[in-house]
Design a protein around this ligand. Structure first.
Ligand code: AHM
Ligand code: MG
Length: 340
């Protein structure tokens, strides 16, 4: 007997944790897994196929879109639409929500927020990219989903996950009962449980931030970076600086080895760069479930009110002790700034 447990087997096994589950949610996760495999196939052969390069369009944030962004977006939307468990989707690539209105989605209970290919500016250089997803129960009663279905706090997520297309491809997800990681075995085309019950250490030795923007950071961030660089044996400092520029890859590494990832406010991004619904909340849910923390500098990411589909927030996410230390610096220096 093989000891391998596939994502499909794992999902079915976990379904029995929910006595009244009818399998809808399991099917939804399965649909995401299928789309992830298709996207993985394309990402891996990106250098060979004529799929690399700019598509000549800009997305709703005014950023240039790569062909693979469009491809990934289409794949996830198609899988979720055909799957029948989702009544609306919000994607980084679409300004408006995508309502799902087909016969098989008549009783759909869920809405999904997704960043189909995060860090896509890295693809040309063969650097890891990722997909991030977040699942909520709809709040509207029936019919196609509405914008209001997405105006929920991160604490209301029923599941969240990411796929990292890296040296191997992994799917990591949580349903609020811990975090599990599955590695894609290309020889059998299945995600196999490789990282059961991932736990993040309370501290670590890595800080990840784009220090190129240093002059534009708030004083709290500057002082915290200096703290990371100080010598202190007891807390393993100085920390190492690691910044891939692909949030999924940076946060995945820190999830496994400990550390902090920060995308603060900058002059160019006065509200931060990353998006609450499909980047920060799902990553926060995973990291919290692994024992870490996610904050906007002063408050918990998952308690921020969602007021717009593409809302941004600064983020400090990672090992609990280090995030708390960063928050201390943010509070202390915000107070100094106010006092003048
Ligand atoms: P994207 O959604 O347009 O790909 O942007 C998000 C990415 C994150 O993965 C990464 O952490 C960040 O942008 C890097 O931004 P910067 O180059 O400003 O450091
Ligand atoms: Mg993104």
């Amino acid at each position: 007997m093989s000891k391998v447990k596939t994502l499909g087997q794992f999902i079915i096994e976990k379904q029995s944790d929910f006595p009244y589950a009818k399998g809808e949610f399991s099917r939804l996760l399965r649909d995401i897994g299928i789309a992830a495999k298709i996207v993985n196939r394309e990402v891996n052969k990106a250098g060979l196929a004529d799929i690399l390069g700019e598509a000549g369009e800009t997305n709703v944030q005014g950023e240039q879109v790569k062909k693979l962004d469009i491809f990934a977006n289409e794949q996830f939307i198609a899988a979720l639409t055909v799957g029948g468990e989702v009544c609306a989707i919000v994607s980084e690539e679409n300004e408006e929500i995508i309502t799902v209105d087909n016969p098989q989605s008549k009783n759909a209970k869920y809405v999904v927020a997704i960043d189909p290919l995060d860090g896509s500016s890295n693809i040309d250089a063969n650097v890891s990219v990722g997909t991030i997803f977040s699942v909520y129960r709809r709040t509207s009663l029936s019919g196609p989903g509405t914008i209001e279905d997405f105006m929920q706090r991160g604490t209301e997520q029923v599941a969240a996950g990411y796929v990292i297309y890296g040296s191997s491809t992994m799917l990591v997800y949580t349903t609020g009962r811990g975090v599990n990681g599955f590695t894609l075995d290309p020889s059998i085309g299945e995600f196999c449980l490789s990282h059961p019950n991932i736990k993040m250490t309370r501290s670590g030795k890595t800080y990840s931030i784009n220090e190129g923007y240093y002059v534009h950071f708030q004083d709290g961030v500057k002082k915290f970076i200096k703290w990371c660089q100080e010598e202190d044996k007891a807390t393993n400092r100085p920390y190492s600086s690691r910044y891939i520029g692909s949030a999924v890859a940076d946060i995945h590494r820190n999830l496994l080895y400990g550390g902090i990832f920060i995308y603060p406010t900058t002059a160019q991004a006065p509200k931060g760069k990353l998006r609450l619904l499909y980047e920060c909340n799902p990553l926060a849910f995973i990291v919290e479930q692994a024992g870490g923390k996610a904050s906007d500098g002063t408050k918990r990411i998952m308690e921020i009110d969602t007021k717009a589909l593409h809302q941004r927030t600064p983020i400090f996410i990672g090992s609990a002790d280090i995030v708390e230390m960063a928050e201390d610096y943010m509070r202390k220096y915000a107070a100094v700034e106010v006092k003048g």
